[in-house]
Design a protein. Sequence first.
Length: 560
Amino acid sequence: MKVLSSSCEFHKTLESPVAFLRRESRVIAFFGAAFALVFLAGILTVDPAYFYPRLGTDTLLYHLKGLAFAETWHTNARSAINRPPFPFVAMPGVLRSPFIMAFKDFDNQLRAIQISNIAIVGITATLYAYILSWIVPRKWHWLVIGFAFAFMLASPDWAGNVFQLLADAPFAFFSIVCMIISTRVITSTRPLKTEWLAISAAVICFAIAFQCRYTALAILVYVACIAAGRRGDNRLSRRSIIVGTAVAIGLAGILIALNWDTIHNRYIVDNSRFPQFASKASMVKNLLVLALPSQIIPNLQLFFVEYPLVDQYHISFGSSPRDVLLVVLGLAISGVTLIGMWQSRRRFAPEIAYTLAALPLLTVIIPGTSRYLMAYQPFFWISFYTGASALAAPFEIELRKLRRVALASLILLIVAGTGLVLARRWKAAHIVAGSGASAQGYTRSHAREIASTFRALRVFLETLPRDRALLIGGSGTSGRWTVISKLDYFRPDTTLRTAVASRDVYLVAECGTYALCRDFDKWDSEFRSRVDEFGPFNYQPVFSRLTDNAKARVYQLHNP
């Protein structure tokens, strides 16, 4: 209880977010504008068709949910006309549905969503900087703000949240806002009944965060720790504790009940396979070598000679000197972060409890651990800063004397790291594009080929009669052209022969990544073989466009 009380006392002394924004407004405007201009350049200079093949799996399901809400005011979305509505979180799509309503053409909808994503991620970066400023001297707050924006600019996961419709950014934004408001309310000396407006805002943010990602329940752990700390000083009545607990349990119960079908069928059932099939050692290695360190150094995976993720259940590191060095570096970063958590427990016990409450579940999901930890980044930054400061404290005098050397070493490290990333990308470009092609030239041709291929595919598909045409898509793509061109899909089953007899059914084979396009003919053949399990059928080629980096074929199905 003493730890929670001291944490509550520390949070009472924190500068308000309004005061922070007012004091650092010029710095935030400078870095925020630079951040926005970089992403705007990417959005406005690239053909939206380049992003069509990225519309798959989670991103596609969010789009389908948003489209269903925009058209019918409910979220019962289907990926195919012969399938029931799929269970999936709908809030990320619902939040973007106003842009779907505002624009008829998908390209305009996509660009509007991307531009709004810049705002969401930029505001989240500002909130992250505010949290990190709690432990950094005020004279360095400008550097904290620059670091937050630069980190998100360099992170491929945050960039993905700008260019695609994902849940990470809105979840991070609403969860952080909920926690900040809760902290200000609970640590305030004003009676809680006078804070009804702020409490209502916190409840709304919590509800939205929960419907973006169900791990938002851990926010209640944070609120409970703050409240327990204030109760320890006898500044929060027993009645307030009982009422607050009852409201929190009731709200959580209502949200869980309303979303139980999705929670159970989509997440509990699907994610139960990870504890069953995933290696426990891989979970730990992924967390300590990749996931946690990537919250401190973005793009850490790019430095490995051999990509560590073998499959969704196993992690394996190469034996090259660079890979061994990176494993040691990752473990060192994790060690410093864990030391920082212990050192800062008297000030940040609620934040540590919030992070640790969600960590076991997120660690199990090996492929997504790094991305899911994005919402906890400012707390990892605080822990790493505290741990590094504690380890450097005995050498403070010597470090002050070597300030210039340290600065030069830091610059050299940044340049070397940037060079390694560029070299890694240059090497990958040569492997993919062949010898004699420059990485920059490959990048331009890569984007141009993908955009032109999928633009041509869209033009063809939109010539098909919408009232008769049905599409069959590959794994993770069913519904893609429903979102883009309002064409319905059919999931192959025993009624496929009847559908072919009564409607115009087309198989759409498409790829927009090198890994898939490399063996496209084989994949295309296997795709048709799986469909033939409900046939067989005759496949009449009606469209084909093949490039090195993007390929698309369309077949019309006929009964023999």
